[in-house]
Design a binder for this molecule. Sequence first.
Ligand SMILES: C[S@@+](CC[C@H](N)C(=O)[O-])C[C@H]1O[C@@H](n2cnc3c(N)ncnc32)[C@H](O)[C@@H]1O
Length: 504
Amino acid sequence: MAGTTLLSIHTSFVPNFPYSSLYQRPHFLPSLSRFRTRCTSTSTTSSGSRRAPKVSASGTIPWGCETDSLENASALEKWLTESGLPQQKMDIERVDVGERGLVAVKNIRKGERLLYVPPSLIITADSEWSCRKAGDILRKNSVPDWPLIATYLISEASFMESSRWSRYISALPRQPYSLLYWTRSEVDTYLVASPIRDRAIQRTNDVIGTFNDMSSRIFSKYPDVFPEAIFNLETFMWSFGILFSRLVRLPSMDGKVALVPWADMLNHSSEVDTFLDYDKASQGVIFPTDRSYDPGEQIFISYGKKSNGELLLSYGFVPKVGTNPNDSIDFSLSLNKKDECFKEKIEVLQKHGLSSSERFPLQITGWSSEMKAYVYLIVSPPNMRQYFNEMASAASNKTNTNKALNYPELEEQALQFILDCCESNIPKYTKFLERDGFLDSIATNSKSVSRKMQLKQLAIDLCTSERRILFRAQYILRRKLRDIRSGELKALTIFNGFRKFFKK
Ligand SMILES: C[S@@+](CC[C@H](N)C(=O)[O-])C[C@H]1O[C@@H](n2cnc3c(N)ncnc32)[C@H](O)[C@@H]1O
């Protein structure tokens, strides 16, 4: 959520993910129901630590609340204040953007620091467990922070009122808005045109893989501590959905990842440039405002410089088309298998950690020098082989110079290649956006219609913004190519003029 916070978590999430998925299963379909698990007695061991909750026939773990209800949010606010959160200039309210959000109750100056959430009120991998044994087992097994905090959240939720986090957990969304909550068929139907589809599938597989791994290595070995009725794929999905949409990395706390109650009620705006961080001087999580606010105005932070697709993936929303200056689309590029230098090119790419097929972000403002270097390599003829290494190195961003590569002799071909790729992608979007009536064929009841309407709208917003980037790139490329070609034509005309002149 906060700068270099969720952004860095999410972008680095999959590569760093310790249990990368070997499980190419169909998507898990959350039932969206409450989990009828029973967690009544919490007994105390001789060491004073509480045992795992006993499963009995009574009690229903609420797993958060509906986000349009403010009741639990107000109870959270009251508990935080009683637990040491200083007086705030913001209040939780129902808002137009993001359902619930923090709204100024007093004038707030630009540059003012807000929040001051003390470390005792944040959840990290070091937090104390209601069931100490569960925490000890996970740490003994060196479970990394993400799955550890996911399990912690489930464990604390199962303790209900006897967990110190019960007010916080009760105010969390029962169904976090992330693509983890889309079924495989929804992902396939609505994201058919977008490269986000593959990332959504990959992410869900990673979470399933992590759960399977935790389950076979740990949960199944300690069924008393991690009963299946509570620690299962469904609760894991909920918990990971919460982490994807709320966990922050705090650079000044050695990059620790944390859930920060209260701060995680702030919604995102691509137009603000302020992030959460730990402030060593005041010993609290704060953010400095980058503008002034009048009472009644919603206060936003930045969840990082993310594209609309990345925001949909983790947070389940898409900003209005044209409002996100960081918007980009994952642009797929591949070497041509018929290229006579195919093998040589693959070798240099591999040397620099790249492969014959790569994705680069294409932004509304253009493309990166890495992408351009990769394209140069793709279009290079054999007589440019002495530059292959330089190109692959620049494509991998490992070159020490900041200078973008420039090969005038390849420029036209490189631009034409990018243009061809744009033009081959655009029809997929157009087909999706212009296909009407497909909603009627899959909606069966009014509840599913409204869910389908919501998902379809998100997909339409995403595809419209991604196609807009492609249209813009197409326009720029066509203009550049026209300039190159008219320049060449002019040079040729002058050259022919000279030739005729000297022939006389
Ligand atoms: C960190 S929480 C913010 C608090 C949240 N609104 C709540 O009521 O719990 C992130 C979630 O807020 C919502 N959200 C944040 N910024 C938004 C925005 N600009 N537009 C729509 N929804 C937003 C999304 O549902 C996202 O998953």
